[in-house]
Design a binder for this molecule. Sequence first.
Ligand SMILES: [Zn+2]
Length: 390
Amino acid sequence: MLNAKGMNSSDLRQKNRGLVLKLVATQEYASRISITRETGLSKMTVTNIVSELINENFLIQASSKKSGGAGRNPVLLDISPQAPVILGFYISRLHIEAAISNLKGKLLWRESVPLKDENALSLEEKLINLAKAAVRRAENRILGVGVSAIGPLEQNDGVLINPTNFYGIEDFPVRALLERVCKAKVYVSNDTNAAALAELLLGAGKELDNFIYIGISSGIGAGIVSQKELYQNGSDYAGELGHTIIKYDGELCACGNRGCLELYANIQTLSQKLALAGGLAAGTVSPQNFEELSLNKKCDEIFSDMAVKLSYALINAVNLFNPQKILLGHEGGMLPQKYISQMEEYVNKHIFAAKVNKVKIERAYFGEDSPLYGGVCCVLNQLFNGDIFL
Ligand SMILES: [Zn+2]
């Protein structure tokens, strides 16, 4: 069967409306003129779409930019304060975070509840209470709800299948629960892909064509962006960088293999080793202490060792995808700059394209908040693609 989907004029109109909204939401100065120039749409089409979006309370005309030159300054457009809002959630092993965001990805409210010794019922109660609080706080219509969650998950049904070390909870129906409370469409994605989307739309990946977002937390995952598109094949099992093998006769991993990267480079193991080396009580080290601990000689060696191990996996990833940048996020965004620079140097010395290409390694723009912004961006991405009926 032919694997193609045609586009009706109403679909095309939605695509163009999404594109106009994207340019206004993600650029500092957007005008009808700049939108016409960037989209290649006719002046008339842009004028009509902008008028519709102003009438529907999505856009407003902001003040003119002082250009200083001759002639009239273009009228600038902005997202209306009355425009609908987005609810974003991030479900990790340790907490659930919720936020209300405007269409520019600016958080208007956020709250977090810790998770500890949960079961399916207590988790459901925490999620529902947080969602109710978000709905109460939302002053404008809720356009959609985006959830970034630990995987593996069934993306279409919005169900967390069986995350490891997640209190034994399986088949948790996030989408159904949130749709009931929020009365809006719910989009669910794994946290690493969602975080990569946040960097692509609003963060350090805005100007890039190809990059890899690496989320380092209790596990390690990669969100791969190729030609400005998130690599997804519908299975939710792509980008499992944490289960690439860096030591074939190494320790046994929960996945059944030996020597997986995330056994050696996850944040919990790092924190435990740092506590031991720094003479601190177990469980007292968090990513907020990393910078300070890096001054301790023994801790410095532990960080450097982790940087080398991460580098091996990054060399493999760079050889496979040849990205322009690698962005480190989740708690990995809290690693001291010194070790990020070490990794960049090591990786660039050992990649296949070392003589012709350099890859930059840096912190993600949203740092440890990337997955929460990622939840928001699951909805923004649909909106900007014209896939949400406005
Ligand atoms: Zn593994």
